[in-house]
Design a protein around this ligand. Structure first.
Ligand code: THU
Length: 151
């Protein structure tokens, strides 16, 4: 895991990706938790796909930002590898400077793409501002992951 002091220290293409995650975060639909998350995925063909959390009055029917973005990428660009994922998250009640990692269910969903493409997906995550943490792969965030080799 690597820590950057701010977005401005990131490689230029990742700064752009994180800016898109931040824009997506602002458009999240999170009226229940008031916790907004934005995600942006850079694909191998140069396209960027974004997502944000979409909540629901029946709470478990909502979905996290990372899965909205990953499933959108899978739906729109099937088979195109993911190169990097940027995540920005925080409560609307205060400014969050703590880097927020993806939840376990999102790690599992994302691992499907990383395993299939056979190359690592870099993950960059942050709060609304401040430090950014980089993980070099999904696998690094989910040791002993369950994949299709067990089926
Ligand atoms: N959430 C995400 O979008 N991604 C995560 O990795 C963690 C949680 C969302 C789900 C819910 O809408 C809100 O944040 C509070 O849990």
């Amino acid at each position: 895991m690597e820590v950057y002091e701010s977005v401005s220290e990131l490689p230029e293409n990742i700064q752009d990706l994180m800016n898109k995650a931040q824009q997506a975060r602002k458009k999240a639909y999170a009226p229940y938790s008031l916790f907004k998350v934005g995600a942006a995925i850079l694909l191998d063909n140069g396209s960027i796909v974004t997502g944000n959390n979409q909540e629901n009055a029946a709470f478990p029917s909502g979905l996290c930002a990372e899965r909205v973005a990953a499933f959108y990428a899978g739906a729109e660009f099937p088979g195109i590898p993911f190169k990097a994922l940027a995540i920005s998250a925080g409560s609307t009640k205060s400014i969050n400077t703590q880097p927020i990692p993806p939840c376990g269910a999102c790690r599992q969903s994302l691992s499907e793409y990383e395993v299939n493409q056979g190359s690592p997906v870099e993950i960059y995550f942050m709060g609304e501002e401040g430090k950014v943490v980089k993980s070099s792969s999904i696998k690094a965030l989910l040791p002993l992951l369950f994949d299709n080799s067990y089926l």
